[in-house]
Write a protein that binds this ligand. Sequence first.
Ligand SMILES: Nc1ncnc2c1ncn2[C@@H]1O[C@H](COP(=O)(O)OP(=O)(O)OP(=O)(O)O)[C@@H](O)[C@H]1O
Length: 358
Amino acid sequence: MARIELDLAHAYRPNPQQDSDYALLPLKMTFEDGGAYALLGPSGCGKTTLLNITSGLLQPSHGKVLFDGRDMTRLSPQERNIAQVFQFPVIYDTMTVAENLAFPLRNRKVPEAQIKKRVGEIAEMLDMSGQLNQRAAGLAADAKQKISLGRGLVRPDVSAVLFDEPLTVIDPHLKWQLRRKLKQIHHELKLTLIYVTHDQVEALTFADQVVVMTRGRAVQVGPADALFERPQHTFVGHFIGSPGMNFLNAEVRGSKLLLAGDEWPLPAGVQLPEGPLKLGVRPEYVEVTAPNAPGAVAAKVRQVQDVGTHLMLTAEVQGVPLKARLGVEWLSLKPGDEVWLQLLGQHSCFYVNEELVS
Ligand SMILES: Nc1ncnc2c1ncn2[C@@H]1O[C@H](COP(=O)(O)OP(=O)(O)OP(=O)(O)O)[C@@H](O)[C@H]1O
C-alpha cells in the first residue's frame, strides 16, 4: 500500500490557455495509506481522468504523482503496482471462478498454498465460496462483475485498488449489498481504495473521504457529514443531499444581514464580509415558525408532497423556490398559503463567489 500524493493539472489538448482547456485544473491531493475514497461528480467533471492519472493509464500534462514520496509520474500501472476494476467484467470465461481469482497472484508467482488461502478468503467475502469451481462463462453479469471485484482485491501487496463505476452492471438490490460489502472488505483488508462514481449514495456509503468534483476541480474532500453540514462550495451544497441545499441572495451591511426584504442582526459568532453573499440552508434545517419571528422570512406555499415519513414543502421566497423537509403535522398546508420559514440559525452557511466564508 502507499500514500499517494497528486500535485498536477491535465489538459488533453496541447497548449492549454484557459480553464476550459483543462480536464483537471491544478489540484493538490493526498490519498492516505489504507483510506477509502470516492471521486464523485457529474459526467465530464474529470473523475476518470483523475483515476487514470493515479493508476498510470494516463500521464498528467503538468505536475507529479508521488507514491510514498517516490516520483511515479511516468510509470505504468504495473510498475506502480495498481489493481484496477472497470465498469464491465474483465475475466476469463474459460476459467473457473477460483482460477480467475487466483490469476493475479499466479502472475506474481505467489506460492500455491497462499493463493488457495487468499482466494478462499476473497470468495467468502464476496459470497462466492459455493461457486469457486464453476466456469465463469455460465455465470450471470452480476457474478462476473463480482469476480472482477475479487480480482482487484485479491493481491494484498498492491499500492491501491481503483474502481471506475464498478457497480453499473449490477442490479439495484445486489448493488446495495455489494456497496456495504465493499465497505466491510475495506475494513478487513485495509487496502487503499479509490472509487469513481456519479452516484452520491454509492459514494457516501462506500467512502470515508469523498472528493467532490465539478468542471475539472476538486471542490471539497471530506467525510459525508462535513459535505452535508459545511459544504465548502455551493456546488457541494447543491449536489449532495436530496434535494440539495437552498440558496438565497443576501447582503451584509455593517452588523446587519439583509435577507428577503428584512434586516437581521448577524447570527451570534458569525463574521461575514461586507457586501452581497448567498445564504445556504439545507431543507432539513428549514422550520415553519410564527409570523415575524426573528430571522424568519415570509414564503408562499407552492407544493406539499407527502413522502411517507415526512413532507417535502416547496415554497417561494421573493420569487426563489425553496425546499423544506417538514413533519407530517404540516399536511394541512395548501398551495397559496403564506408560511414563515426560519432560515437563520446554527446550520446557516454563507457563500461569497460560491466559496464558504462562514
Ligand atoms: N481521451 C480524451 N481526449 C480528449 N478529451 C477527453 C478525453 N477523455 C476525457 N476527455 C474530456 O475531459 C473531461 C473530463 O472527462 P472524464 O472522462 O475524466 O470525466 P468523468 O467525470 O469521468 O465523466 P464520466 O462520468 O462521463 O466518465 C471531459 O470534458 C471529457 O470530454
